[in-house]
Design a protein around this ligand. Structure first.
Ligand code: GTP
Length: 381
């Protein structure tokens, strides 16, 4: 494995204003109540009954808490607003609600809470009787939809680590059916709920969060398009664009995602950051565990190669490829250079336009200036 870690801060050509200013691996907790998002910064709400696992999800995904430590988390008794944008590409606020939130309390300002919300994650404890949770889900969704019909409603059927495979499927089917029946009875058929089976004890919670976040990234079609072009011209089998600090993948190419590939790429990020923290920082502990020189290549014993490289201050590309394809390392590096440049352009334009619509999201072969991939047969496209 080769790995580099310099201590210089990233100074790419993009407008750093779009990205938080400093990267601190293992971010500190955000401030609580006072930490308000600017009006245009979307938020993700975590709601659900008491002890359903909301705080654990937030701590495990965004604060590197180990799942076992969540056993000692105290009950949340006021809204916890966590701004993770100083360490992550995910430029949102996560609001963790107490389980006993009362929508009929006059101090509960649903207009303010739901107006700027991008996604509402409702967590249901699958190891518990979920009848009460379904009632709560219905109340929450109908309230939120009335204020803001553009919210994405995401239901995490959580703690499924305690369930057998058959039981998981059956629970998901039953919750899906009942939740949609309740909506239909209230003439709310047009509300769409997405369901995920999750647990903090495996990668399912990261995968589910990845999908929730991807829906909120306006540049997603462009990112997927760029990844498709990159892998097809470089002989790569699968590529993920990762938010390093949370291990959420913000985009991947259009081939199906299998859980094992995602897991091994997550593990690679952990290895790189851990080794870099131990051996990459300067003596006094200053510097960054992840910076523009971060690069790692791991050859597995099954002729597979894992390749990780820095894309931006917060994003890393992690690829899976065959050993034979890695013989053309120069080509991969050249194409990576084009890919990286294009990604920077995507976010530069995204910032200056400040709009949800990326001008070349439909461009089939990446018409961004300077994007000139070398292909496997030696031709440029
Ligand atoms: N088995 C299992 N337990 C989990 C999982 N996620 C959370 N838990 C446990 O569930 C318990 C409650 O978790 P919390 O995160 O405090 O729940 P909460 O929804 O924030 O609770 P309130 O703050 O009271 O609303 C803790 O003991 C966690 O360890 C999971 O995926 N699997």
């Amino acid at each position: 494995m080769s790995m580099k870690c310099g201590d210089s801060a990233f100074t790419g050509s993009y407008d750093v204003g779009s990205f938080p200013k400093s990267f601190g691996y293992g971010a500190e907790e955000g401030d609580m109540e006072e930490n308000c998002a600017p009006p245009d910064k979307p938020r993700i709400l975590l709601m659900g009954l008491r002890r359903s696992g909301k705080s654990s999800i937030q701590k495990v995904v965004f604060h590197k808490m180990s799942p076992n430590e969540t056993l000692f988390l105290e009950s949340t008794n006021k809204i916890y607003k966590d701004d993770i944008s100083s360490s992550s590409f995910v430029n949102f606020q996560i609001w963790d609600f107490p389980g006993q939130v009362d929508f009929f309390d006059p101090t509960f300002d649903s207009e303010m809470i739901f107006k700027g919300t991008g996604a509402l994650i409702f967590v249901i404890d699958a190891q518990d009787d979920y009848v009460e949770a379904l009632g709560r889900l219905h109340l929450t969704v109908s309230r939120a939809y009335k204020v803001n019909p553009d919210i994405n409603f995401e239901v995490f059927i959580h703690k499924v680590d305690g369930l057998s495979d058959d039981h998981k499927i059956e629970t998901q089917r039953d919750i899906h059916q009942r939740a949609n029946d309740d909506l239909a009875d209230a003439n709310l058929e047009k509300v769409h709920l997405s369901f995920y089976l999750t647990s903090i004890y495996d990668h399912s919670i990261f995968e589910a969060f990845s999908k929730v976040v991807q829906k909120l990234i306006p540049q997603l079609p462009t990112l997927e398009n760029l990844l498709n072009i990159f892998i097809s011209h470089s002989g790569i089998e699968k590529a993920f664009l990762f938010d390093v600090v949370s291990k959420i993948y913000i985009a991947t190419d259009s081939s199906p995602v299998d859980m094992q590939s995602y897991e091994i790429c997550c593990d690679m990020i952990d290895v790189v950051i851990d080794v870099s923290c131990i051996y990459g920082l300067v003596e006094d502990g200053s510097g960054c565990a992840y910076d523009k020189e971060s690069l790692a290549i791991i050859k597995l014993n099954n002729t597979t190669v894992l390749y990780l490289k820095e894309v931006t201050k917060f994003l890393a590309l992690v690829c899976i490829l065959r050993e034979e394809s890695f013989e053309r390392k120069g080509l991969i590096e050249y194409n990576f250079h084009c890919f990286r440049k294009a990604i920077h352009e995507v976010f530069e334009v995204g910032n200056s336009v400040h709009s949800a619509h990326w001008r070349s999201a439909d461009s089939p072969s990446g018409s961004l200036s300077g994007l000139n991939y070398a292909s496997l047969n030696g031709n440029n496209i």
